[in-house]
Design a protein around this ligand. Structure first.
Ligand code: ATP
Ligand code: MG
Length: 595
């Protein structure tokens, strides 16, 4: 299969779609028309607002308005536990449970604006606490439950957490020992059984279940801070991005447009709410759109995922390249025997999605993956492959209605928009969409540096083709400068991924006295393939053939696994630091390590 080369994009392969087969009609049916028509001012009319024109609160838009309307008895969250236990929460149930949580916070004397951290596995209480705290107008910061004590203490410290919701087990193992580093933490609400002791500890049943199920959300300014999300830490120390209640209009609109959510959908977002995808698109966008969301407590396992897709009749699926690549490792045969006929739309985010993976989706699942691009800072999807548009495998797609994206070049005085197609530059977004971060907590200077004039600079490099599709090149920090060329690691990794033996690839620039940097690749192999000198040579030759000698890697090392963040992104900076014997930097989000 030929690698997709953006320079030939006009003639490149596209995955065209039979529109008649797309049932129901995509929400974004005519991209150009919708884009021309769309304004954010109009988009607010898709929401209800708090009764009596008292502003906008995320929990009202996601829960209460549906509970008061025709979706009241519809399942909002279908929870599937690790041991097969199940719990359905209708929109009406969710209203009552979140009301109880909001009342519990008030009973503890917790005030609006104060920070509530949630450190839980994907349990129903995670969703209840998150939405209940928003009702109480507290600021929520979800933490990934696999974090160790250090990242927990740092984040709760930066965010001045007043409340922590966790389990007795997590508290004992991860919080107790660092509690003295969180002086602001007054209350810990414990979910589930288990012994533990300490000050300010409360048990969920006694505090929350016993609270009143009636609660009225007070007036909420859409500019009130609602969520504090820490970035993935792929390029350095994680930053705490501030998001406001008004961001919900963007979650709602992008859920409709980019994920094509329809009221009858059964939707599954595989991301953990400890990361922004798991909150924006695992909680807020689906609920705001009134769909049924599947929540799977267990961690990734390819066979379990296939059976979940089939058994739950998932119609819209949002996942990430790492998981897709793990499924690809097992081959398309693993999908056979599962009835995936309900699946209408599959999307991916978080890392560049190699063209191979898009096509594999079509072969194995009967649906191509629709890549989309965004960041913790943007709060919601900004660039996407849409249901009604052809996919160009390897491209992130086109900007959402209401989003202006451009490729910029920095100048001494400000920036310049690059008009010509296929020229690399910094990916930038015109300021002013509703889910844009309002700051990095306590890091004003770092925040200010993200903006030049009207533009928010994303820190990613990309190019735009003549049809308006955007192509990811790499993170500005990861781009390799070799003999006068700028080389994006994604292009090289995608070429390696085309080889049948390669499961994953991570590419770095290694300093070289002659050419500046040489391209070095780290490769993990699929089952059934062993590292050997012959295979190394074969891969080098394969890459040279695909990419040309200037861009192809000069060195390839084999690894059992590549180092990744807990949200599943390859940490190229760590591959590089280790290669060069440099300090490894902030490892608070490191998940799997290379072996
Ligand atoms: P940090 O900012 O702490 O280094 P991070 O950038 O990985 O971490 P996130 O906000 O979770 O934190 O990730 C956003 C980044 O992920 C984007 O800036 C981009 O580099 C990458 N990304 C997300 N989606 C895509 C995509 N579809 N294609 C390519 N890259 C993507
Ligand atoms: Mg980032």
């Amino acid at each position: 299969m030929a690698i997709f080369d953006a320079t030939t994009s006009a003639s490149a392969r596209r995955i065209g779609k039979d529109r008649a087969a797309l049932v129901p009609r995509p929400n974004l049916f005519d991209y150009r028309e919708e884009r021309a028509r769309f304004t954010w001012a109009d988009a607010w009319t898709m929401l209800d607002g708090l009764p009596g024109s008292r502003g906008y609160n995320i929990a009202h838009e996601t829960v209460d308005r549906h509970a008061a309307g025709r979706h009241a008895d519809k399942v909002a969250i279908r929870w599937i536990g690790k041991t097969g236990a199940r719990r359905d929460l209708t929109y009406a149930d969710l209203r009552h449970e979140t009301n109880r949580f909001a009342n519990a916070l008030s009973a503890l004397g917790v005030k609006p604006g104060e920070r509530v951290f949630v450190l839980l596995g994907r349990l129903p209480e995670l969703y209840i606490a998150l939405l209940g705290a928003l009702k109480a107008r507290c600021v929520v910061s979800p933490l990934f439950s696999a974090f160790g004590p250090e990242p927990i203490a740092t984040r709760v410290g930066i965010g001045e957490g007043r409340v922590l919701v966790t389990t007795p087990d997590l508290y004992r193992r991860k919080v107790e020992g660092v509690r003295d580093r969180m002086p602001s933490l007054a209350h810990v609400i414990l979910v589930g059984d288990g012994e533990t002791g300490g000050s300010g500890l409360h048990r969920w049943p006694a505090l929350v279940d016993a609270a009143s199920p009636d609660f009225e959300i007070a007036a909420t300014d859409p500019e009130d801070m609602a969520l504090l999300h820490f970035t993935s830490g792929t390029t350095g120390r994680p930053k705490g991005a501030i998001h406001v209640h008004g961001a919900i209009v963007a979650h709602h609109a992008t859920g409709r447009y980019a994920l094509d959510l329809h009221p009858d959908d059964v939707y599954w977002c595989t991301a953990d709410p400890g990361w922004v995808t798991g909150t924006s698109y695992g909680v807020l966008a689906p609920l705001s759109n009134g769909v049924t969301s599947i929540v799977v407590e267990a961690e990734f396992d390819a066979q379990t995922w296939y059976s979940t897709l089939a058994r739950e009749r998932v119609s819209v699926w949002y996942t990430a390249p790492t998981a897709i690549r793990m499924m690809m490792r097992l081959g398309a045969d693993a999908a056979r025997g599962y009835d995936l006929s309900a699946l209408r739309f599959a999307a991916s985010v978080g890392e560049p999605l190699n063209p191979e993976a898009v096509v594999w989706g079509l072969e194995a699942l009967g649906r191509p993956f629709h890549d989309n691009w965004w960041q913790t800072e943007t709060g919601g999807i900004m660039i996407a492959n849409f249901a009604a548009l052809d996919i160009k495998p390897g491209s992130m797609g086109m900007p959402l209605p209401g989003i202006e994206a451009a490729i910029l070049r920095r100048r001494e005085s400000g920036v310049e928009v690059i008009g010509e197609p296929l020229v690399e530059g910094e990916l930038a977004l015109k300021k002013g969409w509703p889910s844009m971060m309002r700051g990095y907590l306590h890091e004003e200077e770092r925040y200010a540096k993200c903006f030049v004039g009207d533009w928010y600079l994303t820190g990613d490099l990309a190019k735009r083709d003549a049809d308006g599709y955007f192509w990811f090149v790499g993170r500005a920090d990861d781009v390799i400068k070799s003999a006068g060329h700028l080389i994006g690691p994604f292009e090289v990794e995608s070429a390696l991924m085309e080889h049948p033996a390669v499961a994953e690839a991570g590419v770095i620039g290694k300093p070289d006295p002659t050419v500046g940097e040489i391209v070095k690749a780290f490769v993990a192999l699929k089952p059934g393939h062993e590292p050997s000198e012959a295979l190394r040579k074969e891969l080098l030759a394969h890459a040279r053939k695909r990419l040309g000698a200037a861009v192809a890697p000069k060195e390839i090392d084999f690894r059992g696994n590549l180092p990744k963040t807990r949200s599943g992104k390859i940490m190229r900076r760590l591959l590089k630091a280790r290669e060069l014997g440099l300090p490894e930097g902030d490892l608070s989000t490191l998940e799997s390590d290379e072996k």
